[in-house]
Design a binder for this molecule. Structure first.
Ligand SMILES: [Zn+2]
Length: 250
């Protein structure tokens, strides 16, 4: 991985910035997607770190063991989320760029066939032949590549996701979530650390379940219930295993 700072698509193509892009539905939709991904990343951080530290707490009262396990879990989780996100967004962007390059080539080599293709795609969306033809001609005159990218490929050539942004966002979201169970297990006195952790984790899972449901326009109650049950199960299982190992003196 290169260590250069992230460069946004906007910086590399400043002239391509269309006016009033905030008003575009696609932009609002992609912002909500980002927000939802952040909430889900935080949720992962909460559940996996809570499972980890509660499991270790089942086996030992040692605060430094809990801190070590929690921090290692936080870093392992956030780095693996960031790396996974970097790889998947890079791959997606490579294939989008390849598709755009091919489109550019086709527009150069066979403009007539491309105009006909755009016309047919617009017809499929419900326009009459004559109107589709007129629209295709106008779109082609304004910016043929953008028209084909949007209508044919479903992507915005000026708004491809930056893999470094995606990786950082995942890293930060997971870390923000993971800090809650980590602090909840190491800060309180030993006899209160488990109840404090379990209660604060379940409350946080109510919040993330509610937020992700609202951002995805789904009914919140079931999402909250599923989320809280998932977290409770994770903590219950790891605590059980940790307690068994602790009791066996492993
Ligand atoms: Zn095309």
């Amino acid at each position: 991985m290169p260590s250069s700072p992230p460069v946004t698509e906007r910086e590399t193509h400043p002239e391509a910035e269309p006016p009033h892009r905030e008003a575009h539905e696609g932009t609002l939709g992609s912002r909500l997607n980002w927000l939802r991904a952040a909430v889900l990343g935080a949720n992962d951080g909460i559940v996996s770190t809570a499972g980890l530290v509660v499991g270790v707490a089942g086996a030992t009262d040692d605060r430094s063991a809990l801190l070590t396990a929690g921090l290692a879990g936080l870093l392992a989780g956030s780095l693996s989320m960031a790396a996974g996100e970097y790889v998947s967004v890079s791959t997606q962007r490579d294939s989008e760029k390849a598709a755009l390059a091919q489109e550019r080539r086709e527009l150069r080599e066979q403009p007539e066939a491309e105009l006909e293709e755009l016309t047919e795609l617009l017809e499929e969306r419900g326009l009459t032949r004559a109107v589709a033809r007129e629209a295709a001609v106008q779109l082609t005159e304004r910016d043929a590549l953008r028209a084909h990218a949007r209508v044919e490929l479903g992507i915005d050539p000026d708004d491809l996701t930056n893999p470094w942004h995606a990786a950082w966002a995942s890293f930060l979201a997971f870390t923000a979530g993971a800090l809650l169970p980590l602090l909840a297990i190491v800060l309180p006195p030993a006899d209160r650390r488990l109840p404090v952790t379990v209660v604060s984790v379940l409350l946080a899972l109510v919040c993330t379940g509610w937020s992700s449901a609202r951002l995805g326009a789904a009914a919140p109650r079931r999402a909250i219930l599923r989320n809280v049950c998932g977290g409770a199960l994770a903590m219950g299982v790891t605590y059980g295993v940790g307690a068994l190992l602790g009791a066996a003196g492993v």
